[in-house]
Design a protein around this ligand. Structure first.
Ligand code: CMC
Length: 392
């Protein structure tokens, strides 16, 4: 082996070739399988985008129908699985429960574990898309002490997710079309983002030939951190803290720029985007629409707009090319929809599921794939002799 060089954070290391998602960070471009994110967000639906990411092409009408029907058919969870989820403390963080629940799916569906059998992988794919939705709604219901609701196959993926999350049992629940549309779009915006921290984790775990559930559960844990998916929750906590402290936003920004105790403007900055995150632009416009449609007036939205305005005109942020990322405005929309802050990152995970699956499947089929095993540059002690404890 030749000389290895260290690349902290893999700033300059490509770990794979991929045909799924294209990002041009300088221009603020994001495409799934060649299709611009703006077009998909405007015209497509989450399950269609899932199909596109996973299979490489948009489905025909019959293919789409068949796919939706298959996902729908698997949305119910096993009673023992429901019991299992019910054993976590109600105040547990939903991301920890979610990662455990997804991992546990492998124990309920042992027939879907072979990573090299196409039918088996297809089954695991559909099971994950279907059950993650039910699991996510149950995370909310558990936290508020309400029972899991059964899926209604006649309703759409997002529509029924909202009903299962917020409806009262045996009561008619009519979703607001503006809310259904907004959540559908948010899930599309989160559906893939090439080799980010969680996706690289999914690939790394899968490279040892671990099954899809084990790989995706690892991805969920990676996503939970505040520098990654956990940022959407952290943004809302930041806004709440500013509000409670009585400080104005300028004082907070001064603390950020002075790097006081490592305080960062959460929801800002990105490893790849050195221009406006195209997802953030779409989310920002949706935030206005949803809050208006729901008749919600949230002074936190004004606060967020003000923070953005200051940042975009401030040398600290300009020099470092820090722009709002996808997480900056999503929390305000989720909050208006009725989700608590700890549910924000599980919603990100629900959206990212097709991307993780697509990336894992691509890797498994790629003849270049080898077990992920980075090297290191050793900087520890040189060889020395062991000294028995009584002589130390
Ligand atoms: N607020 C203040 N300063 C920042 C921020 C921020 N949000 N982000 C980066 N910086 C500064 C950082 O201190 C550094 O300054 P200096 O050159 O003086 O040391 C410079 O900008 C470069 O930052 P970095 O940490 O080296 O950049 P990175 O590419 O390693 O990190 C990041 C990217 C997203 C982790 C980072 O920008 C960050 O922590 N942002 C806040 C958390 C966040 O919003 N994460 C969500 C990311 S997008 C979607 C997702 O993955 O969920």
């Amino acid at each position: 082996t030749g000389k290895v060089t260290v690349d902290p954070g893999f700033m300059n290391t490509a770990s794979c070739e991929s045909q799924i998602t294209y990002i041009d960070g300088d221009e603020g471009i994001l495409r799934y399988r060649g299709y611009p994110i703006e077009q998909l967000a405007e015209k497509s639906t989450f399950l269609e985008v899932a199909y596109l990411l996973i299979n490489g092409e948009l489905p025909s009408p019959t293919e789409l129908d068949a796919f939706i029907t298959r996902v729908n058919r698997h949305t119910l969870v096993h009673e023992d699985f429901r019991t299992f989820m019910g054993t976590f403390p109600r105040n547990a963080h939903p991301m920890a429960v979610m990662a455990s629940a997804i991992n546990a799916l492998s124990t309920f569906y042992p027939e879907s574990l072979d990573p090299f059998d196409d039918d088996t992988v297809e089954l695991a794919t559909v099971l994950l898309l279907a059950k993650t939705r039910t699991i996510t709604s149950y995370l909310h219901r558990r936290a508020v002490g309400e029972p899991l609701l059964y899926p209604d196959y006649s309703r759409g993926y997002v529509d029924d997710f909202l009903r299962m999350t917020f409806a009262v049992p045996y009561m008619q629940y009519d979703t607001d079309p503006v809310v259904v549309d907004a959540l559908d779009k948010l899930l599309i915006l989160h559906a893939d983002h090439e080799q980010n921290c969680s996706t690289s984790t999914v690939r790394m775990v899968g490279s040892s030939h671990a099954n899809l559930y084990a790989s995706v559960a690892a991805g969920i844990n990676a996503l939970s951190g505040p520098l990654h998916g956990g940022a959407n929750e952290a943004v809302l906590r930041m806004l709440t803290d500013i509000q409670k402290s009585g400080d104005d936003v300028d004082t907070f920004m001064t603390r950020v720029k002075n790097k006081e105790q490592g305080v960062r403007l959460m929801g800002f900055g990105h490893r790849v985007y050195k221009n406006y995150d195209p997802r953030a632009a779409i989310v920002k416009s949706k935030a206005h629409a949803v809050l208006q449609a729901l008749g919600v007036e949230d002074e936190m939205l004004d606060m967020a707009l003000r923070l953005e305005e200051i940042a975009l005109n401030d040398d600290y942020f300009i020099e470092r090319k820090l722009y709002p990322n996808v997480d900056f405005y999503t929390g305000l929309i989720y909050k208006a929809m009725g989700f608590s802050p700890s549910m924000f990152t599980p919603l990100f995970a629900l959206g990212r599921m097709p991307g993780w699956i697509a990336q894992w499947r691509e890797m498994m089929k790629d003849p270049q794939t080898k077990i992920g095993r980075p090297r290191q540059v050793y900087t520890g002690a040189t060889a020395r002799d062991y000294v028995p404890v009584e002589n130390r």
